[in-house]
Design a protein around this ligand. Structure first.
Ligand SMILES: Cc1cc2nc3c(=O)[nH]c(=O)nc-3n(C[C@H](O)[C@H](O)[C@H](O)COP(=O)(O)OP(=O)(O)OC[C@H]3O[C@@H](n4cnc5c(N)ncnc54)[C@H](O)[C@@H]3O)c2cc1C
Length: 445
């Protein structure tokens, strides 16, 4: 570390990656002073805005993140967007090191005709809506009776489950009131979960897959012919417990007679989207068969909605190198590198922006430790020395007219949401309108 004074570090993004990096840095010998910036007035990234509301145990990871953000050496600046309110030069002027942990908020495209039709959405838009993200639509259109969800991972499972779950079972979660109203009016009766490959290749975790079979008033239908396994699949089953458990579950469902429930989930394997059909709006999804050696041919699902859970990707950040192929920042062990592979002085990356959109919340921890280690090593070398005035950045933000949200402002909004929720018999009721979030965080209600 630089001798004589506490190094000042900026972290951009208050999701798991940013906060775990702060935690790792705080454990270093001479703890730095850390400022955490987020473009939203609320912290915690996808823990608040991605994890499904009916998974409160996972949502409660926010309590772990909160403890780090409440460390006296850490300050929170919400409603401050990198690239809008602060640029790279600003941060490099005021901090010895800057860690970028802005996640992967963009959506990968499917690359098939009709993707742009009305009724075709990245699944992340639906996730943002039911989680009350301030950028989400206020009314997510749920007029379709039949919807296809494309993807074979846990996001596809979350989205499928939330589409058919009885809204009464969500009434004790933190979903905003307008989302509950929207779900109560939903017309969705059939959801087709379409996976490009077979049951042995799906990335579903068994606990989440099993939840589909436990939904009240919902039949889960599996086509027995999709469950035929080849030798390679059988070998996978022997070596991978999750795959075995998933296939066992699917076999059980394939044998279970339908109960005549009003909502149905159809699990469809070995099909990929060839085109989304419709004149202005979605009226069908053309699927191509993908099973090697299987029969050729297409089928059309008569859906009026398509949710594409085919992956997230990061957006480029102004002034920093970007790898458009992987949708991440080029880096080595967390040090951002330029086109020639040389470290960009003072700049680091963590989380989904570093690795791409994979792994659970905990995966970001080991990753954050690696990044923090590089920061600490470089600070020890003492290459960069910057302004030590802790008020310089808040002053700069005020001068620019940025209404930043401090930690105590956020706690005001947090208490408001908790009190409003408790008055309705639940733990929290989220505020999702940005102006309202700012007004409550600044002035309460
Ligand atoms: C739908 C969904 C459900 C999931 N469910 C689970 C689950 O149940 N269990 C589990 O373990 N994992 C789950 N995950 C994975 C988990 O959420 C991620 O591993 C984790 O959130 C990635 O952390 P991150 O900090 O890299 O990104 P994020 O959590 O996305 O955090 C990025 C932060 O950066 C901020 N930011 C973005 N741009 C800017 C900018 N320009 N300026 C300032 N701030 C900015 C954002 O507002 C955000 O707060 C889920 C992911 C998704 C998408």
């Amino acid at each position: 570390m630089l001798s004589g004074r506490v190094p000042r570090i900026a972290i951009v993004g208050s999701g798991p990656a940013g906060v775990f990096t702060a935690e790792a840095l705080l454990k270093s010998e001479r703890g730095p002073a850390i400022d955490v910036f987020d473009r939203l007035p609320a912290p915690y990234g996808l823990v608040r805005y991605g994890v499904a509301p009916d998974h409160p145990r996972i949502k409660s990871v926010s309590a772990v993140l909160r403890r780090v953000l409440e460390n006296p050496a850490v300050r929170f600046f919400g409603n401050v967007s990198f690239g809008v309110d602060l640029g790279l030069d600003d941060l490099l002027t005021h901090y010895e090191a800057v860690i970028f942990a802005t996640g992967a908020p963009g959506h990968r495209g499917l690359g098939v005709p009709g993707e742009e039709l009305r009724g075709s959405w990245p699944a992340g838009e639906f996730v943002s809506w039911y989680n009350g993200h301030p950028d989400a639509l206020v009314d997510f259109p749920l007029h379709a009776r039949k919807v296809a969800v494309l993807g074979a991972g846990n996001v596809a499972l979350d989205v499928t489950r939330l589409l058919v779950k009885d809204p009464r079972e969500l009434a004790d979660t933190d979903v905003p009131d307008h989302v509950l109203d929207g779900l109560r009016c939903s017309s969705v009766a059939d959801v087709y979960l379409v996976a490009r490959r077979g049951p042995a290749q799906a990335k579903f975790t068994t606990v989440e897959l099993r939840e589909l079979g436990l939904l009240r008033g919902v039949d889960v239908l599996v086509r027995p012919e999709d469950l035929r396994l080849d030798e390679a699949d059988e070998r996978l089953l022997e070596t991978n417990r999750q795959t075995r458990a998933n296939v066992d579950l699917l076999r059980e469902w394939a044998e279970r007679p339908a109960t005549g429930a009003t909502r149905r989930i159809h699990l469809v394997f070995w099909r990929s989207a060839a085109a989304i059909e419709g004149d202005g709006a979605v009226s069908g999804l053309r699927l191509a068969r993908t099973r090697p050696g299987g029969s050729e041919g297409e089928e059309v699902l008569p859906v009026q909605g398509v949710l594409r859970a085919v992956g997230y990707r990061a957006d480029p950040l102004p002034g920093l190198p970007f790898d458009a192929r992987t949708g991440t920042l080029p880096q080595r062990k967390g040090r951002i590198v330029d086109g020639g592979g040389r470290p960009v002085a003072g700049c680091y990356v963590a989380g989904w922006l570093k690795r791409g959109p994979s792994g659970v919340i905990g995966t970001n921890k080991a990753d954050a430790v690696e990044t923090a280690r590089c920061v600490i090593e470089d600070l020890a070398e003492g290459h960069r020395s910057r302004s030590s005035d802790p008020d310089s950045v808040p002053r700069l933000l005020r001068r620019r007219g940025t209404e930043f949200v401090s930690w105590s402002d956020w706690l005001r909004l947090d208490s408001y949401e908790i009190n409003r929720g408790q008055a309705q018999g639940r733990d929290r009721s989220k505020v999702s309108d940005l102006d309202a979030m700012l007004a409550i965080s600044k002035r309460g209600l």
